[in-house]
Design a protein around this ligand. Structure first.
Ligand SMILES: [Fe+2]
Length: 406
């Protein structure tokens, strides 16, 4: 009896650990999208001012999320990627109904051989700021725990795991015979004072699990890729503290030791490619931010390429983003009216291209603009420093090719 039981346990363990890779294809296609911040419509549709309120937000088109996701799903049907990867902040603020409805939409995308894999971000779990916007007041909404997350998304990545960290939501997928993907849970889900801590880290246990998986991947002669919500590299020299993962240099050194060529991250809602320790950290901006873009990754025997594609919906997303930037910047630009107009025009253009990763297209125009000349003579101006960090990002942020040696 004991022997039979032992055989059953062994079969179970082997079954768990020796899952076949996702695909037998040498060329594998991933679509990566980030920061969907899906907010179930019933959480705000009674509120008359929510749409207007969003025009003073951070630019994400929350009230157009259904239309954006429909356009995304349609495009996925055409592309038929092997994997759609979502690098965290799936929900607006961790509401249970937002997670559940998004999960249903994602399940619909799993057809024609496409699989979906998700990880959480800082907004998704144990978020006590999960609130709806009612007719007269906020409405308390149910938010989810880590356990709920695993349950809601059990068929959206965790079903593909060849290994899963016991101490976090991290897991590993083998994409094909050559590549493995470690999807790391970097969010903290805890309060610092009255604010939800938005910084990222690997706990000691998850760091050890990651190191062990990297060792296994190396032993199996595979190439490890990483996906996580927080950034590995610094993407804005003036504002990175809560965006770049804590102890990023230590983590980059670990990744380098095991020849990780590429990290895919999100969180900062910026399209940006930076290197640390020769590792490329590619941040895909929020799918809800102009120009509603995602990354298309092709991995093959000897290279990995990354390119952006964007979606069209019934409204102009660039105009929407410009309106939000104008609304947010206006009160801090203090010049007489005609000068103010020129400075704001320049800042709005810079901000739109900065977030889309296309600063290289307009940098010369910005430097030559009247608005830039006005602010240049006033380097203590509110947005001067920020403008400099935007202009620093004048390299190609929408395309990358990495050679893989085997
Ligand atoms: Fe986000």
């Amino acid at each position: 009896m004991k022997k039979v039981l032992w055989i059953i346990i062994c079969i179970f363990l082997v079954g768990c650990q020796n899952k076949a890779p996702l695909s037998v294809k040498e060329n594998f296609k991933i679509v990566v999208a980030s920061d969907l911040h899906y907010f179930a419509k019933e959480n705000y549709e009674e509120c008359e001012w929510f749409e207007e309120y969003m025009l003073y937000g951070d630019g994400k088109m929350v009230t157009y999320a259904d239309e954006i996701l429909d356009a995304f799903a349609q495009r996925m049907e055409e592309i038929q990627p092997d994997l759609i990867l979502l690098t965290g902040d799936l929900s607006y603020n961790g509401e249970k109904n937002s997670h559940e409805q998004l999960a249903e939409k994602l399940k619909q995308m799993e057809k024609n051989g496409t699989q979906v894999a998700v990880i959480d971000g800082n907004h998704d779990i144990d978020n006590m700021f999960a609130k709806g916007y009612g007719k007269d007041d906020y409405i308390d909404l149910e938010y989810i725990s880590g356990k709920d997350f695993l349950n809601i998304y059990k068929d959206l990545g965790y079903d593909l795991a060849v290994s899963q960290d016991k101490n976090s939501l991290s897991y590993r997928i083998d994409l094909n015979e050559q590549y493995s993907l470690l999807i790391l849970d970097t969010a903290r889900h805890e309060m610092t004072g009255s604010i939800l801590n938005s910084s990222g880290r690997l706990t000691e246990n998850t760091y050890a699990w990651t190191e062990n998986e990297l060792k296994n991947i190396q032993k199996e002669n595979r190439v490890p890729l990483i996906a996580m919500h927080h950034n590995l590299a610094i993407h804005n020299s003036n504002n990175y503290a809560n965006y770049t993962i804590n102890e990023n240099e230590k983590i980059a050194a670990l990744f380098k030791e095991y020849n990780v060529p590429l990290v895919l991250s999100g969180h900062i809602h910026l399209q940006s490619i930076k290197q640390i320790d020769e590792i490329f950290d590619v941040v895909t901006t929020s799918l809800l931010d102009n120009p509603l873009q995602y990354g298309l990754i092709e991995i093959s025997k000897d290279s990995i390429t990354y390119d952006n594609e964007s979606l069209n919906i019934s409204v102009n997303s660039a105009d929407y983003f410009d309106t939000v930037t104008y609304n947010r910047f206006e009160e801090n630009v203090n010049y007489k009216e005609d000068e103010k107009k020129k400075v704001l025009e320049m800042l709005v253009l810079a901000n739109r291209h900065y977030f889309a990763g296309t600063m290289d297209e307009v940098k010369d125009e910005i430097l030559a603009s009247e608005g830039y000349q006005i602010i240049k003579n006033d380097e203590s101006a509110h947005y001067w420093k920020y403008l400099q960090t935007m202009l620093e990002n004048d390299q190609e942020q929408n395309h990358l090719k990495i050679s893989i040696e085997k």
